[in-house]
Design a protein around this ligand. Structure first.
Ligand code: FAD
Length: 396
């Protein structure tokens, strides 16, 4: 029987762990963090991701912990004019066969960890090196110990260590020239926000604001999660950077009062560089494979980083459970690369669209471009990994 070792207990690594476990494949997951706790507030998962999680038996639990936005709305960031809207809630679910969910990251990660169980989840276990030969792969840990498995999967995120072994140390994420602020705001602090239960994009110039509602069982948790994205600065070294007080509000001066109210409601948060990984020449080396952000970290403008990690996990898990390790690792990138590249490219284009300059022609051209957002990208939400449809499905 194939023995699999997964590096990283993020959304992708745990989904792979559960998928393999349910199929009777021996799997160990190693995570450097001592405990799974809140990082990065919330995450939105669309039907391509929630469909997989429902098949793993997590549907009810995640729907209880998350919130389904009532609509997807695009607005002019200054006037507040509704440019386009697409149905959310029950209508979205009916169309795509699974819900769109906004959920606290920690709730999702802990639900996945509970489903996987503690026995094969090794917290506080940092992988420092991997290598591979014809019969398997070897992993070295921070305490100097080593272990072997038939297959090692690097689900270790955007700054993946395993990627350096698979694709070389030059294969690194790059700063995209855009940066962001994230925040959580109590809904009752947002007196001027129209459609507070919708997921909304407020567009341009040179910036956009995305927000969606959160809810669920947490005490006092009627909140809105936002991501404010700005063009620039031109270059960036290192990680998050403290932002001077007032920097965020100053960047959005002149925007709609609801935008300013939301941004003004948070204590200044750090400014994050938005990174993306250039397409990798390879996702596998010997018996080592990459998954999720480790091989296709993308801009967040489609909300698909986690969704595509979940898809990778479902797909690779099914291959490892039904074929030998060599066949599985040969088929996996062939099946997954085209789709994830198309989504990453589309996320980049969506960012450009949301940063419309002031002099962009008004209706009908702008309306048509926004109105096309969901239909043109329905293939993202519609994808069904279990249907073995290995190619992007473009419906428009
Ligand atoms: C601002 C922003 C907003 C986003 N919003 C969304 C959204 O709304 N929807 C969405 O789908 N996606 C979103 N994303 C993207 C999403 O967060 C990622 O794509 C997703 O978390 C990737 O999952 P993963 O399992 O590949 O990696 P991660 O979730 O990063 O997990 C990697 C895990 O590996 C562990 N690890 C790393 N190195 C080691 C090591 N050497 N040894 C052991 N363990 C290790 C880490 O501790 C971590 O737990 C957003 C991203 C950003 C930056």
């Amino acid at each position: 029987m194939t023995r699999v070792l997964v590096v990283g207990a993020g959304i992708g690594g745990l989904t792979l762990g559960i998928t393999l476990q349910r199929a009777g494949v021996a799997v160990e997951v190693h995570e450097r963090a001592e405990e799974l706790r809140e990082v990065g507030a919330a995450v939105a998962i669309s039907a391509n991701g929630t469909r997989v999680l429902a098949r793993l038996g997590l549907g009810g639990e995640l729907e209880a912990a998350g919130t389904q936005p009532t609509e997807l709305v695009f607005r002019d960031g200054r006037s507040g004019e509704r440019i386009a809207a697409h149905p959310g809630g029950a209508a979205y679910r009916e169309r795509f066969g699974a819900p769109y969910l906004g959920i606290h990251r920690v709730d999702l990660q802990q639900a996945l960890a509970r489903a996987f169980g503690p026995e094969h989840l090794h917290l506080g276990s940092t992988v420092t090196a991997v290598s591979s030969d014809d019969r398997g792969a070897t992993v070295t840990f921070a305490d100097g110990s080593t272990t072997r498995a038939d297959v090692v999967v690097g689900a270790d995120g955007v700054h993946s260590l395993v990627r350096a072994y698979v694709a070389g140390s030059d294969a690194r994420p790059e700063y995209t020239g855009t940066s962001g602020f994230r925040g959580l705001v109590p809904r009752d602090a947002l007196a001027t926000l129209p459609d507070p239960l919708a997921i909304q994009f407020w567009a341009g110039p040179d910036a956009h604001l995305l927000h969606y509602p959160l809810g669920g069982p947490r005490a006092g948790d009627d909140t809105v999660n936002f991501l404010a994205v700005l063009c620039g600065p031109a270059t960036w070294e290192g990680g998050n950077r403290p932002a001077p007080p007032g920097e965020l509000l100053a960047a959005f001066a002149g925007w709609h009062p609801a935008v300013l109210e939301m941004l003004g409601a948070v204590e200044q948060s750090p400014r994050w560089p938005l990174l993306a990984l250039p397409p990798l020449a390879t996702w596998t080396r010997g018996r080592v494979a990459l998954l999720g952000d480790a091989c296709h970290a993308m801009l967040p403008h489609h909300g698909q980083g986690a969704g595509t990690s979940i898809e990778d996990a479902a797909h690779l898990g099914a291959l490892l459970a039904t074929t030998g390790p060599d066949e599985a690792l040969a088929a996996y990138p062939r099946h997954r690369r085209a789709r994830t590249r198309a989504i990453a490219r589309s996320a980049w284009e969506t960012g450009t669209l949301l940063h419309l300059p002031d002099d962009h022609p008004r209706v009908p051209e702008r309306d048509a471009r926004f109105a096309g957002y969901l239909p043109a990208n329905a293939w993202v939400h519609d994808h069904d990994v279990a249907a073995r449809d290995h190619h992007p499905r473009r419906t428009a």
